[in-house]
Design a protein around this ligand. Structure first.
Ligand SMILES: Nc1ncnc2c1ncn2[C@@H]1O[C@H](COP(=O)(O)OP(=O)(O)OP(=O)(O)O)[C@@H](O)[C@H]1O
Ligand SMILES: [Mg+2]
Length: 318
């Protein structure tokens, strides 16, 4: 088929079913003429005899009928292929989600049992229990959001919020997690008040993930978080630069796809969700390794212009 395609590049050949023994090839030219010929017929001795049964017509209505029939079959074949891909994706998603959920659930069971059995160490086990419960809650929310994105049902809440304030809150939270590292977080906010309109909790989650990643992949040095209002493009720009190991070059091209991760503790949903949340707000997100070879910088934008007028949106999958 590849050879035939090369010989006649202007004709759109489609194979409908490779396994069909009796192959009927139909050529429809300009929807005005059609030719049907068999290349292999059990009743005939050889190809030439089979092809000898070819029918050629210049009848517009016959050609149009063929075109309609085949277009409908092609469409169905395409839909079937799409369904098969979707089905595989869904199975992968369920498998990974189930695997990821099992870890904190098992930890919760273990710590609860330990807390019951060992009263003396109860406080310690409660602490770990709470940690696992929080992890489970975060994971559940992420998996639910990923499923909502897949089905085009991610609904954003709409509220006015102060970006600088949200970033400051997230950073205060993240700072508690890096106390045992030689790492500092520096916040350089825009002097102007940046008021945005959108889903405050989800934007906070995007910042959490990006700063959390910077903290996870940086052993020492600095995480610099900047907010800026770009008056020309009327958007808020948030950037997070770290001095860590930098993004693995193998995953860089598919960094924002789901379940793409190169980390000991991570699902690989964070950046996928971040991208979808930012884009649902009409913004952009990107990442690059810093020149000079130390660390990475993640940036995203949220339009500041479409305040208040925007309706709740639902994102579509790619
Ligand atoms: N600041 C960074 N420096 C180096 N690599 C990074 C950085 N941020 C992200 N990455 C890479 O991108 C991958 C995907 O990030 P993502 O946030 O989607 O997943 P994760 O952090 O591994 O897991 P999750 O966020 O779901 O808990 C990471 O596993 C890591 O390999
Ligand atoms: Mg992450």
């Amino acid at each position: 088929m590849e050879e035939v395609r090369k010989m006649v590049p202007t004709v759109d050949f489609r194979v409908m079913n490779e396994s069909l023994k009796t192959r009927i090839s139909l050529v429809i030219v300009d929807r005005r003429k059609s030719m049907v010929f068999e290349t292999n017929d059990d009743a005939k001795e050889d190809l030439y005899e089979a092809v000898g049964l070819a029918t050629y017509t210049e009848s517009k209505s016959i050609a149009a009928s063929y075109a309609t029939i085949f277009e409908s079959i092609w469409r169905q074949t395409e839909l079937y292929e799409q369904l098969k891909v979707h089905d595989t994706l869904q199975k992968d998603f369920i498998n990974i989600a189930a695997h990821e959920l099992r870890t904190p659930v098992q930890a919760i069971i273990n710590y609860a049992e330990l807390a019951i059995a060992d009263k003396g160490q109860r406080e310690k086990y409660y602490d770990r229990l709470l940690h696992s419960v929080n992890r489970l809650q975060k994971l559940t929310e992420e998996i639910l959001d990923a499923a909502r994105i897949e089905s085009g049902n991610l609904r954003l809440s709409n509220e006015v919020f102060n970006l600088t304030q949200v970033v400051a809150e997230v950073l205060a939270d993240e700072e508690s997690g890096i106390r045992n590292k030689k790492l500092e977080i520096v916040f350089v906010p825009d002097k102007r008040k940046i008021e945005l309109y959108g889903d405050k909790a989800r934007i906070a989650r995007v910042i959490h993930n990006i700063v959390g990643n910077a903290a996870k992949f940086t052993e020492e040095g600095r995480i610099t978080v900047k907010t800026r209002l770009d008056e020309k493009s009327e958007e808020a720009v948030v950037s997070v630069a770290d001095t860590g190991q930098g993004i693995d070059l193998g995953i860089l091209p598919k960094l924002f796809s789901r379940f793409v991760a190169k980390s000991e503790s991570g699902t690989g949903l964070g950046l996928y969700l971040s991208k979808n949340i930012v884009e649902a707000h009409g913004g952009k997100i990107w990442a690059e390794n810093n020149s000079g070879g130390k660390g990475a910088t993640f940036s995203f934008t949220i339009p500041a212009s479409q305040q208040r007028s925007r309706q709740p949106v639902s994102t579509q999958t790619e």
